[in-house]
Write a protein that binds this ligand. Structure first.
Ligand code: DON
Length: 303
């Protein structure tokens, strides 16, 4: 299949729609300043072919896409024990909702909503230096140094009122082992990591290769755990739009409010799309359309 042609066509079809809908994330000031008129797409196949179009080399704030990689580190170290105080069910609620935590004894529904990712960050603090290990994992996975955007991290700290509430609520229920401030520092910094579509398409590559490193071929996760991360992405990776994503796209996906979405076609390729304007569920509007077009043009879907 000529993937470069497919991505060029998607870019040509969607570029005229830039600026015609959606809104950049406003609750994090450093993200509110990003120009919405950007669209990038990149993929990398299991045999190392790459294709890219549009703003695929422009770094952006990966935000909740980081939750795939923090989950990878935690599950690699803890295995099934990770699930002692984190659920694996879709929430059907917005990613920053507090409601279920109160009625469900402080156990977050899954590791991809904010509460669940904060609980995963807590486990990374127990295991070592979560921030450094996440950057090291991402740098290894894409073969290039990866950095945190200090301005975005500060912005997250300054305005993370709901995340602070989620963390305190969980601490009160005994879901977090470590100090709330230390855990939130890891969480805010992981959200502020900057990467390009090309880097993310490569870094996520272990998810389409039964857990094997995209460049070195060595194990990052066991095949069983890689399957489980994909299952969680499909059912929980796009929050209260996960059903709609499964219905329209049918690929494990993980989105972030920076406008990035990583998608996996198991045994074929990993794909990253980015466009900063979001729909009301916090998923990139054009990113979602791009994935729908990709599946329609290639027939690649898990269903
Ligand atoms: O904690 C937050 O709200 C953001 N730093 C990340 C949220 C996010 O990306 C959810 N994605 N759709």
């Amino acid at each position: 299949m000529d993937f470069q042609l497919v991505l060029d066509q998607i870019n040509a079809e969607l570029r005229p729609l830039l600026g015609q809908g959606g809104q950049v994330a406003r609750y994090i000031p450093a993200l509110a300043r990003v120009s919405p008129a950007q669209f990038g797409i990149a993929l990398r196949t299991c045999d190392g072919q790459t294709a890219q179009a549009g703003d695929s080399a422009v770094p952006f704030s990966i935000q909740s896409v980081s939750k795939v990689f923090s989950l990878t580190l935690a599950i690699q170290a803890l295995g099934e024990a990770l699930w002692a105080r984190i659920g694996r069910e879709p929430s059907g609620s917005p990613f920053n909702s507090l409601v279920q935590l109160e009625t469900e004894r402080g156990i977050p529904r899954n590791p991809f909503i904010n509460a669940g990712a904060i609980a995963v960050a807590d486990r990374l603090v127990t295991l070592g230096d979560g921030k450094a290990e996440l950057l090291a994992l991402l740098s290894r996975l894409c073969g290039e140094p990866i950095h945190i955007d200090a301005e975005v991290a500060q912005s997250e700290h300054d305005t993370g009122f709901r995340n602070t509430a989620l963390a305190n609520l969980m601490k009160g229920f005994g879901t977090l082992d470590n100090d709330v401030t230390t855990v939130l520092d890891v969480y805010f910094n992981q959200c502020a990591i900057r990467m390009t579509c090309e880097q993310l398409a490569c870094a996520a590559g272990y998810l389409c290769r039964d857990g094997r490193h995209p460049l070195a071929g060595t194990p990052v996760l066991s095949p069983a755990l890689a399957r489980r991360v994909n299952a969680l992405m499909l059912t929980c990776g796009t929050y209260d739009a996960a059903g709609e994503f499964a219905y329209r796209i049918g690929l494990p996906c993980k989105s972030g409010v920076g406008g990035g979405i990583v998608a996996v076609v198991p045994d074929h390729l990993t794909l990253c799309v980015w466009s900063p304007a979001l729909d009301p569920t916090g998923n990139s509007l054009l990113g979602r359309q791009a994935l729908e077009l990709f599946v329609a043009k290639t027939g690649l879907s898990v269903f």
